[in-house]
Design a protein around this ligand. Structure first.
Ligand code: PEP
Ligand code: CO
Length: 453
């Protein structure tokens, strides 16, 4: 059922189902069409998780990031899980992002737009449809919104009822995010105190000077009478990969103020590297919603593809509407990114460029863990800044997979996690995440790069 407002244009409404006739990759084979319909009918009349006005506000912020007047920090799990959507876990992630944001604010001398890969990041594209273990083959795990991670036939069957659980988990997560970031947890002085704990650790000695500068800046603000009460709350936006079309369609509503469709499952949605076919279902559905959206661009992206995506997803050239999230790999970024930057700049339509230094740098350790090296990740960020500087374009943000806990999934960093240590706390169900300390270390390192840029 559609919440049709007076202004809703029937052609616009019909367009929202156009994707159903297009090729759609990475969709689960749900166990029952009837169950799926019952679930999407229920979702379609369930309250929105976010509001059109919030998405519009985020679009304005991202427009600023495209012009170098703000910088985006987007972070969170590769895949959120139902089991880990606990208060402690969510709080630790928010805290990590807020801590990083303070350090980046100083380095960039710009407002940082804070966004979680949170409150809806429950579905994963997979390279292989099936998983083979000890001669047994079962459907791959596709995220908690689709099936269970346990390697049993029952658990791996795609169950539409999981979409409802994903919706409810997203709602409770967002509720906590709103409470934390609106209720004093984000107080600048408090976040600064947490960072003091980090930089007093000898492993991070090289950031002592930067930390001391930030400390002086905060004390200066206090002495000059800055209104810290106004800095007790922050805007914090939600985002996830718009992968499961049945879910994303059910959460798409007509805004009664404007008559425009908005995806109300998150403020920002992105299309993944594996589902961004120009004539495919994902691009079609997202082309029709008014949220700010992103597209992942891997190392095989040609300038023609980037321009065609722009034309398709932002034909009017609305600032802040379209973000390109590049994930080239540290080895490729300096070769591949420059031609994309110059083609897009020559065309002239605004894009917010964001660096995902994670997904192009994944490999399997000899012991079989999917991992990444901290130094390689940082090197891709460096390559991103270098390419923008050379092209005269604007680096608009950073997209990272992180957790607020002390997991051991990414190699290196000041704590020097080595291959032997991976097994200690390897908890991710899909991609390896920076742990709490590595996330802060990355913020300090990127802050130095931003200052130098
Ligand atoms: C991800 O962001 O977890 C992901 C799967 O990324 P990509 O589409 O860039 O591979
Ligand atoms: Co990932």
């Amino acid at each position: 059922m559609e919440r049709v407002s007076i202004e809703a244009d029937p052609a616009v409404l019909r367009g929202l189902d156009n994707w159903r006739d297009l090729p759609a990759s990475q969709q689960p084979e749900w166990r029952s069409a009837e169950e799926l319909r019952a679930v999407t009918d229920e979702l379609a009349v369930s309250p929105p998780l976010v509001f059109a006005g919030e998405a519009d506000q985020l679009r304005e912020h991202l427009a600023k990031a495209s012009r170098g007047e703000a910088f985006l920090l987007q972070g969170g799990d590769c895949a959120e899980t139902f089991a880990e959507s606990t208060a402690d876990n969510i709080r630790n992630k928010i805290r990590t992002i807020l801590q990083m944001a303070v350090v980046l604010t100083y380095g960039a001398s710009l407002p940082i737009i804070k966004m979680g890969r949170m409150a809806g990041q429950y579905a994963k594209p997979r390279s292989n449809t099936m998983e083979l273990r000890d001669g047994v083959e079962l459907p791959a795990y596709r995220g908690d919104a689709v099936n269970g991670h346990a390697f049993t036939p029952e658990s791996r069957v795609p169950d539409p009822n999981r979409l409802l659980s994903a919706y409810h988990r997203s709602a409770t997560t967002l509720n906590l995010i709103r409470a934390f970031t609106g209720g004093g947890f984000a107080d600048l002085r408090r976040v600064h105190e947490w960072n003091r704990g980090f930089t007093s650790n000898p492993a991070y000695k090289r950031y002592e000077q930067l930390a001391a500068e930030i400390d002086r800046a905060v004390r200066f603000m206090a002495a000059a009478g800055a209104d810290f009460d106004a800095l007790r709350t922050v805007d914090f936006y939600s985002s996830h990969e718009a992968l499961l079309l049945d879910y994303e369609r059910a959460m798409t509503r007509i805004d009664s103020r404007t008559g425009h469709p908005y995806n109300t499952s998150a403020h920002f949605l992105w299309i993944g590297e594996r589902t961004r076919e120009l004539e495919g279902a994902h691009v079609d559905l997202l082309s029709r919603v008014h949220n700010p959206i992103g597209v992942k661009l891997g190392p095989a992206t040609t300038p023609e593809t980037a321009l065609a995506l722009q034309e398709r997803l932002n034909p009017e050239g609305t600032p802040g509407r379209l973000t390109f999230i590049t994930r080239m790999g540290a080895e490729r970024i300096r070769d591949v990114l420059p031609s994309l930057l110059s083609a897009v700049a020559a065309e002239g339509s605004p894009v917010t460029w964001v660096c995902d230094p994670m997904h192009g740098n994944t490999f399997s350790s000899p012991s079989g863990y999917k991992t990444r090296r901290f130094d390689t990740v940082l090197d891709e960020v460096r390559g991103f800044f270098e390419a923008h500087q050379a092209a005269g374009t604007v680096p608009g943000g950073l997209h990272v997979e992180l957790t607020g806990d002390d997991v051991t999934e990414v190699l290196g960093g000041g704590e020097e996690i080595d291959e032997g240590a991976l097994s200690r706390r390897y908890e991710t169900l899909v991609d390896p995440r920076l742990n709490h300390q590595q996330s802060l270390e990355m913020a300090f390192a990127v802050s130095e790069m931003l200052r130098g840029s």
